[in-house]
Design a protein around this ligand. Sequence first.
Ligand SMILES: [Zn+2]
Length: 474
Amino acid sequence: MSARKFIAIAAIAFIAQGIQAQIPAAAPVAAPMTSSPLPTGRVTYRTYIEVMNELERIAKANPERVRRFELPHRSLVGQTIYGLEITHNVNASSGKPVFVMTGLHHAREWPTVELTMEFIYDLLKNDGVDPHLTALLDSVRFIAVPVVNADGYEMSRSMLVEQKRRNCRMEAGKVPTFADCANPANTRNGVDLNRNYGAFWGGSGANVNPAGDSHRGAAPFSEPEIQNMRELLSSNQVVVALSNHTPDAKVLRVPSSNEEPVPADVVPYDSLAQLLGGDLKWTAGPWPKIYYTASGTMEEQAYYSAGTFAFTFENAPGQRSFHPPYSFVIDQYFGTGAYPGSSSRAGYIRLLEAAANPKLHSVLEVKAPAGATLTIHKSFTMETAPLLKSDVASDSTRDAPIKFTQELNSSLVVPKGADHVTWHVNPSMRPSQHGTEFIREAWKLTCSLNGQSQSVDVVVARGETKPVDVSRCR
Ligand SMILES: [Zn+2]
């Protein structure tokens, strides 16, 4: 949601409160909830420390199914950011397709942390109980990063800066302290992390001005929190990705800005968006058509770099708040109460199913010796948008787009006793940033064992399965 719209809604809420204040109180105050049907039974928003402690506890309690990992870069004020990887036999190398789900790019959107955390517990609780979820955990690697913007969450959840949206970057190129970030004089600063990804960075729907609510940052990927996400997306075969936000009742896909073409995969991509829209009872589609424009978003980077079917959910709508009372989190999760039939949980399961579906990505059937390390790699040039020079609407002059090199690189080890692996990957054919077409590129698949190696180029389209023989690498 934009700042202007939020201020307008806040003003209406304030006026409404004024009217309410003149009506004598009659109804007794409802007793506070003490438990909920959520997997953990929670009734309050987690603090950042609680989230971090829980991630550690969950991983320790489930060593066969959960691996906790550190993202490569600390937050600006120095916090380590963690994620969880969840699948059966999590520590074994495998070619399973990956679904990445994130919470909290935007600091005040607290429900996104809760929805992500509760889905983690839900999967673990139902694994071995619900045959469908059990089968999905057999075939998909689920990676969750519940709090992308760790500093922002600390600021907002602690109520130091409750309505904070962005990260703690107070001045381009300078590392802030916690106190700088908490200083009320600095609340108008920060980078909007969902405008800082490289693909189409600097285009429509992002502020050039550092005081702008959707400030894009000084450069593409200037923020460590987004470098983390870039590296997560490029070092795994992420076939499906979801960025959770609040509170506007939308399922969003690319294009998110005005500078983009109709995506080359529009038919299968939009079909999945519409199914998700059905699960949530929300409008689904490209940002400019059903919402507003935004450039430098997670789904632009994920889709145009790797062909990942990436989405945004705008959860917990209609409460005039980015973090409404907790009962709305519960209702949103299950599609009950205030949100009949609109279940984020159903959407998350739909995305797990989509990740498991080989028709929606590509498959390599690789013949290779046991113990060999297999890598697939691509390196290519991507572009930002032609750069807007100012936030003045009448100023349409632009600077040339910035070109940047994007690498995709993932690996696995062929298990003992095996002479073959099935590797679920993204298509090598890359969606163009300039037209409704694919760029014909190949994965370079390399097999290495005992100092020997063998490489082959593989061109594979979405929905295709290709045999690859690198058995001579021993
Ligand atoms: Zn948001």
